[in-house]
Design a protein around this ligand. Structure first.
Ligand code: NAI
Length: 712
């Protein structure tokens, strides 16, 4: 096997270890790579003539992307003692690095996170390349863990407790400049000068001997006043509680650990770090978040097709029809990625407004909290705002986002299609009209598909690429590649009512209304959903989406699945009374206060009372089952109908499209944890409510055979 690490000597007294995993885009710290590092440290240990060791990556623009998460996955069921041992092995390797008989320096160009960041703080010093690709961080909490190879011990000793707490409990990366200010980096230099700078640091440290003083200091408890410790603990814990709502245990575990271990000698602190890891590693939240990691990883590599050999066309320019909420968002996301764009709208005012907004959005700079002038000047020439369809027609990809009316869309296609280049792709952002039906009448239906974005486009990562009956593989591959280029996570979905996300959202929304009519309160229903982890309750979501929009979507669903969708007169009644949700100032809640915040409204109770069938009390479990079982059962029908290619697309779609809680790992991942047998039992008492609770053949089969969604 080709070694991943090489040892060289750029100067007689300088050792250089270069990480370069062959055939891999990034360096990962697998057990075998750590073994190689241990062997090299053995070799170097006795060379006391050395002035120092530099560790760098052989891959420009990426240092070390962390530990091998596939190995984590394989060890999820490991006993606690093995988890502790895994941490101890990593800790002792990096502790050895930190005690070599010479100066050690990490030369970091590109991403340096997780286990890579722990290796780098195992060194005496770090120098960083001044590039936007260089980022440093401890993202372990995003996997339901904390750094367990010494990170929680060394980071606070090197950068101070407050900085380390912020980095480790949020999991956010920092840039080289911030690292320099924190004292994490000794120097920030252009990438090509990195090695020379690292050698310079070795020489300076050897001369001053400062690194030896620091080694002694870092072995001790941190000098921190009890009042400061109390203040840090209180503020950090309040922030963590707000962010995690108690649903993600790792940040709080890291906080408590670090507050305690900062007052111990390092050797004792390492032990506590390893022991504490045993309660996080392999926990349900850890397993769920690791699943989400792999969902995203698979999505990055997925071409959207199950066969190889189809090449996606390179989209060099995009046309957008309709400059409303969605068209503007789509055009903005495209322009932001420096793809030339032409935008049109039947309404001149809408076009002018949309163009201004989208340019501001595309040039938005987080730091400035507004548009960046240089970026605006760079992007403006790439944007054409036009009333001429001919100008739109020169694009490689045209995305239509005009009103949701089939005949209006079809009329526009009839005019546009003859002007398009034969290889151009036409796509619709429709949320309800079947793609196959929109393609009727097109001369090239194979070059037509759905590209369904979510609102607000700026924030929502999910894109559904919808394959009509005649859509070609090339069209699908091109749409998928384009969506990725503009930073989205596309999933390919078969044509059908509501496509993927809205089809699964509807049974849940529908059931919330049924529960209201059965006697549950708005508050109880919404709380059951948020306690499960949803970002907001279904009734709050009605108000956000708009009750009129919900009625329209409900009609589409009712027509498609009359046996499962309950036609609830309550929502249309609310619409008739002008209660459209946030946009009209009142829906299930009232928003008529200064800050536009949701407030309970006694008027709503009176309206609901007209439609109430019962007044019984519901337990939290009952509410949760009523809300999520119809969603799950619908997902099994979609798998059966092959609307989705893989169970992972369902889970990714719901997490990125609906905010389904990542700590549950996805709808089907959650279902696997509960188990098909139990789910069937949970659905049984609900069967009298209607077909929507009837266990599907797929679920029954899984219950009988013990098969899991993730095994398929
Ligand atoms: P919108 O009403 O904000 O914008 C539509 C724009 O299309 C308007 O500016 C209108 O002047 C223009 N328009 C109408 N007929 C036209 C024509 N013949 N030629 C050129 N422009 C025309 O609507 P929105 O919300 O942006 O929706 C657009 C499409 O996106 C619809 O198909 C909708 O179903 C879909 N969609 C909407 C989502 C949402 O949350 N609003 C989410 C996902 C999809």
């Amino acid at each position: 096997m080709t070694p991943s690490l090489t040892l060289s000597f750029p100067e007689a007294d300088i050792a250089l270890i270069t990480f370069d995993l062959s055939g891999k885009g990034a360096n990962i710290l697998s057990l075998s790579v750590l073994g190689e590092l241990a062997a090299l440290l053995d070799q170097l240990q006795s060379r006391s003539v050395l002035a120092g060791l530099v560790i760098k990556s052989g891959k420009p623009g990426t240092f070390i992307a962390g530990a091998d998460i596939r190995e984590f996955l394989a060890s999820l069921g490991a006993p606690k003692s093995e988890v502790v041992a895994m941490c101890r092995r990593g800790q002792s390797l990096f502790a050895r690095l930190s005690q070599m008989p010479f100066v050690s320096v990490a030369a970091i160009d590109g991403i340096c996170v997780g286990g890579g960041a722990e290796l780098a703080i195992g060194c005496d010093r770090r120098v960083m390349a001044d590039s936007p690709k260089t980022e440093y961080g401890f993202p372990e909490v995003k996997l339901g863990l904390y750094p367990g190879w010494g990170g929680t011990v060394r980071a606070p000793r090197i950068v101070g407790l407050a900085n380390a707490l912020e980095m480790i409990t949020t999991g956010e990366n920092i840039d080289p400049r911030t690292a320099l200010v924190m004292g994490l980096a000794s120097d920030v230099v252009p990438a090509e000068k990195l090695l020379a700078a690292a050698i310079g640091v070795v020489r300076a440290e050897k001369q001053s001997g400062q690194y030896l003083t620091d080694r002694q200091r870092w072995a001790q408890p941190i000098a921190v006043e009890p009042t400061e410790l109390g203040f840090l603990g209180a503020t950090a814990s309040a922030m963590i509680q707000q962010e995690t709502k108690g649903q993600y245990p790792a940040p709080m575990a890291a906080l408590e650990l670090m507050l305690e271990t900062c007052q111990m000698p390092a050797a004792e602190a390492y032990e506590r770090e390893a022991e504490g890891m045993a309660s996080l590693f392999g926990s349900p939240v850890n397993a769920a978040l690791i699943n989400v990691f792999f969902l995203t990883d698979r999505n990055k590599r997925d071409t959207g097709l199950d066969r190889a050999g189809v090449t996606a066309a390179n989209v060099k320019s995009v046309g957008v029809l309709g400059s409303g909420i969605m068209g503007g968002g789509i055009a903005g996301a495209t322009l932001k990625n420096e793809i030339p764009i032409a935008l049109t709208d039947a309404n001149a005012d809408a076009l002018a407004r949309g163009a201004k907004q989208l340019l501001e959005e595309a040039a938005y700079n987080k730091k400035l909290k507004g548009p960046d002038l240089a970026k605006t000047l760079k992007l403006a020439p790439l944007l054409a705002v036009t009333h001429r369809l001919e100008e739109i027609a020169t694009a490689d990809l045209v995305i239509e986002a005009i009103v949701e009316k089939e005949d209006v869309k079809k009329q526009l296609y009839a005019k546009l299609e003859p002007m398009l280049a034969p290889a151009a792709i036409l796509a619709s952002n429709t949320s309800t009209i079947p793609i196959t039906r929109l393609a009727e009448g097109l001369a090239r239906p194979e070059r037509f598909c759905g590209i369904h974005f979510f609102n607000p486009v700026r924030r929502m990562k999910l894109v559904e690429v919808i394959r009509g009956a005649k859509t070609s593989d090339e069209t699908v591959a091109t749409a998928v590649a384009f969506a990725k280029r503009i930073g989205k996570s596309p999933i390919v979905v078969g044509d059908g009512p509501g496509f993927l996300v809205n089809r699964l959202l509807f049974p849940y929304m529908n059931e919330a209304i049924e529960l209201l009519c059965d006697g549950a309160s708005i508050k109880e229903i919404d709380r059951a959903a948020t306690a499960f982890g949803m970002p907001m309750g279904p009734l709050t979501l009605y108000d956000l989406v708009g009750l009129d929009t919900a009625v329209y979507a409900g009609m589409v669903m009712y027509q498609a699945f009359p046996e499962r969708v309950v036609a609830a007169p309550l929502v249309p009644a609310m619409v008739k009374l002008g209660r459209l949700g946030q946009k009209s100032g009142k829906g299930f809640f009232s928003y008529q206060n200064k800050k536009g915040r949701a407030e309970e409204d006694p008027e709503v109770e009176k309206i609901i009372a007209t439609y109430r069938r019962g007044t019984r009390k519901f337990s939290r479990d009952e509410l949760t089952n009523r809300l999520f079982l119809p969603m799950l059962l619908e997902a099994t029908r979609m798998l059966d109908e092959k609307i989705v290619r893989d169970v992972r697309d369902v889970d990714l779609g719901l997490i990125f499209g609906l905010g389904f809680p990542p700590f549950q790992g996805g709808l089907l991942f959650w279902a696997d944890r509960v188990g098909a047998k139990k789910l069937v039992e949970m659905a049984k008492p609900l069967a009298p409510l209607g077909k929507r609770f009837e266990p599907t053949p797929l679920l029954l089969d899984m219950a009988a055979t013990g098969r899991k969604f993730y095994a398929t």
